[in-house]
Design a protein around this ligand. Structure first.
Ligand code: WTA
Length: 655
């Protein structure tokens, strides 16, 4: 094994390169050799209960669990009989040490405003808001919707819910009113927490207005709590709306943490699946807490003096686990940044990293590719010497981007952890340990403790080294989702039915494993696409398109894209008498933005007389993918295509 110079970026065959953890890093790391990793890993699998008992015991429990792990088919329980409180473990647990006065959250608004909340400040704010929620009648098990900009109050609202045993469901601030409504109705949220607005690239995001229109059709919502972020004008309904500052004004500064059973629900987070309806992934308390705690500590090699910055929005699972819960469980300092990483200039991310002397930076390959495109002059303007560890998540990272991140941002001295996981797994499942695992650019490397992945064929046989197959998990680790909210059947069907006999979790990803046992995740094998590191169901976009009165039929596929990972291409058949063209394309793009949000806006809309179908009437998606990829056009193609001819030529081979 050698640590190679990272010059010849273009010619390098990344797969054959190994980057050893730097000796100095390894010496000081929590896990400092591959040997140590392997021993502990073996223990986490073969002596599972003892391993996880020890980890869980590093946290505070109000009542000891009866059993560590029980499983019956796809139903499983961790730390059953135990009682704890996640908010207590994130906040109160640190008040009796010097951590009490340490920064818990360092926040920077897009407009440059700064706030620091020490652990004790966070305690007060969480307690006051928890009491506020209680005064609205919110109790254990009630669902609270959260639709906010990336401000400390978002984390405070989550921790306040956890404190009283309520279940939060955070909706990303970039989603539309329609998307908020669907999620609130599905979760039957009683309260929605929002803000008068948020900032995005200098513009105001009308969060409150979106909530107003969402709750019009969501009878379940009794109260809307509004945090004053900008002081802009908002519509007001006295019987329903209440300002955050009024709600907490007279609340006691203490709120005793509720006794929460290990298997009580903690949060619902909606994510895309293979149907048009997003699924409400449900996580419970004890196992999620333990998984977040350990993965943050070991994968990010977290130390007391670190400043940790995960750039994800809290509207995604990455923000839940690695902006809020994981760092706080470890008593770390977590940086929260409200805005776009490249606004107002492409170096905003590096300016923020430099300003707070960030030591651990965790971001997405899409972001890295856009920084590469903007040019090295932007990071070069900043002193990034405080960085000691880099991470990526959300999609496969191409080796060139990995090398650039390593060299230009990490100065060649920072290990990179390429972390594979999902909304459903709650915390990281496959990743290097930075002081132990030699890394290969583009590989998420080896399983984390307690995780038993495999790459198998459709019968469930392990495929040979280097061959492609389906990624499965043979046993559910503690932080794995327990169900889909209100839809146990879909949960069983989507994740546990494909390898039901074996009892394995099907992740929906394709992967290969090399001779060293390293995992290379290739991407989704279902109708889910990964756009800029965000999961989108092609069916969701199709439903949005066909909800427009001019559309007869739509099929959406992904096309590889240098920057976004995947671009969205929509094939649309219009109803008789409707005119295809740029105007129609623009209207349909807006329709998708209205139904889902800007993140789902199709990159290309192609009109067709008819969509190619098999004899049994199934749309031939593989053919459409080929067409989308083979496209020689750039940008819009709004002319009419005759795909039925192609379909006839290809016959009925599809699906
Ligand atoms: C993809 C994000 C390759 C994968 C935490 C997965 C990755 C989906 C990686 C989950 C990675 C995530 N390498 N692909 N390191 N990390 N993915 O639910 O397809 O938003 O199934 O969770 O992202 O996306 P989700």
């Amino acid at each position: 094994m050698t640590t190679g110079p990272a010059t010849q970026i273009d010619t390098l065959l990344a797969e054959t390169r190994l980057f050893d953890p730097p000796a100095e890093f390894a010496a000081a790391a929590h896990i400092s050799s591959l040997d140590e990793y392997r021993k502990l890993y073996d223990r986490s699998i073969n002596d599972r209960d003892a391993f996880w008992s020890e980890v869980a015991s590093e946290l505070t429990w109000f009542k000891q669990w009866d059993g560590v792990f029980q499983r019956d088919g796809h139903r499983f329980r961790w730390f059953d009989g135990g009682a704890t409180n996640l908010s207590f473990n994130c906040v109160d647990r640190h008040l009796s040490s010097g951590t009490r006065n340490k920064a818990a959250l360092i926040w920077e608004g897009e407009d440059g405003e700064q706030r620091v909340l020490r652990y004790h400040d966070l305690y007060r704010e969480v307690c006051r808001f928890a009491n506020g929620l209680k005064s609205l009648g919110v109790g254990a098990g009630d669902r609270v919707g959260i639709y906010m900009p990336l401000v400390p109050e978002l984390a405070i609202a989550m921790l306040a819910c956890a404190r009283i045993g309520a279940v939060h469901s955070v909706v990303f601030g970039g989603f539309s009113a329609e998307a908020v409504r669907d999620r609130m109705v599905d979760a039957q949220a009683r309260v929605v927490v929002t803000a008068d607005g948020g900032l995005r690239r200098g513009g105001v995001v009308a969060l409150k207005a979106n909530v107003d229109s969402a709750v019009e059709a969501a009878d379940c919502v009794e109260k809307v709590v509004v945090f004053k972020r900008l002081g802009n004008e908002v519509a007001w309904d006295d019987s329903r709306d209440i300002w955050w500052h009024d709600l907490v004004a007279d609340q006691p500064l203490d709120c005793p943490p509720a006794d929460v059973a290990a298997e009580d629900p903690l949060f619902i987070l909606y994510t895309s699946g293979t149907t048009g309806k997003p699924k409400g992934v449900l996580h419970t308390t004890g196992g999620y807490m333990v998984g977040c705690y350990l993965s943050t500590k070991l994968i990010f090699d977290l130390k007391d003096q670190d400043t940790f910055w995960c750039t994800a929005d809290i509207g995604w699972v990455t923000g839940h686990s690695y902006v809020v819960y994981g760092p706080l469980l470890n008593g770390a300092t977590s940086v929260m940044f409200e805005g776009a990483l490249n606004w107002p200039e492409p170096d905003r991310i590096w300016a923020v990293a430099e300003r707070y002397a960030v030591s651990i930076l965790y971001t997405a390959p899409t972001a890295i590719r856009s920084f590469i495109r903007s040019g090295n002059q932007w990071p070069e303007k900043h002193d990034l010497g405080s960085l000691r560890l880099l991470g990526t998540v959300g999609e496969p990272i191409n080796p060139e981007a990995w090398i650039w991140y390593h060299e230009v941002i990490g100065g060649g001295r920072c290990p990179i952890v390429d972390t594979w996981w999902q909304t459903e797994t709650g915390s990281i499942m496959i990743s290097p340990l930075p002081g132990a695992t030699p890394t290969k650019p583009g590989s998420a490397t080896l399983p984390f403790f307690g995780c038993e992945p495999d790459v198998v064929d459709s019968d469930g046989s392990s495929v040979a080294p280097g061959a492609g197959g389906f990624l499965v998990m043979k046993n559910p680790p503690p932080s794995m989702a327990r169900t889909l909210y209100g839809d146990e059947e879909r949960y069983q069907l989507e994740y546990w039915s494909r390898y039901q006999e074996q009892g394995w979790y099907f992740a929906g990803d394709g992967a290969r494993r090399d001779e060293d046992g390293y995992y290379w995740v290739l991407g989704r094998v279902d109708d889910v696409i990964n756009v800029s590191g965000h999961r989108l169901g092609t069916m969701e976009v199709e439903s949005a398109l066909v909800s427009h009165p001019t559309v007869a039929e739509a099929a959406v596929v992904g096309r590889p894209d240098d920057l976004k990972g995947t671009a969205i291409v929509a094939f649309v058949t219009l109803k008789a008498g409707q005119q295809p063209g740029d105007e129609a394309a623009a209207t349909l793009r807006e329709q998708v933005v209205k139904e889902i949000g800007a993140l789902a806006r199709p990159d290309e809309i192609r009109f067709a007389d008819a969509l190619p179908k098999t004899r049994s009437g199934k749309i031939m998606r593989r053919l459409l993918r080929d067409i989308a990829q083979g496209s020689t056009t750039t940008g819009d193609t709004t002319t009419l295509e005759d795909l039925s001819v192609l379909a006839t030529l290809r016959g009925d081979e599809e699906e």
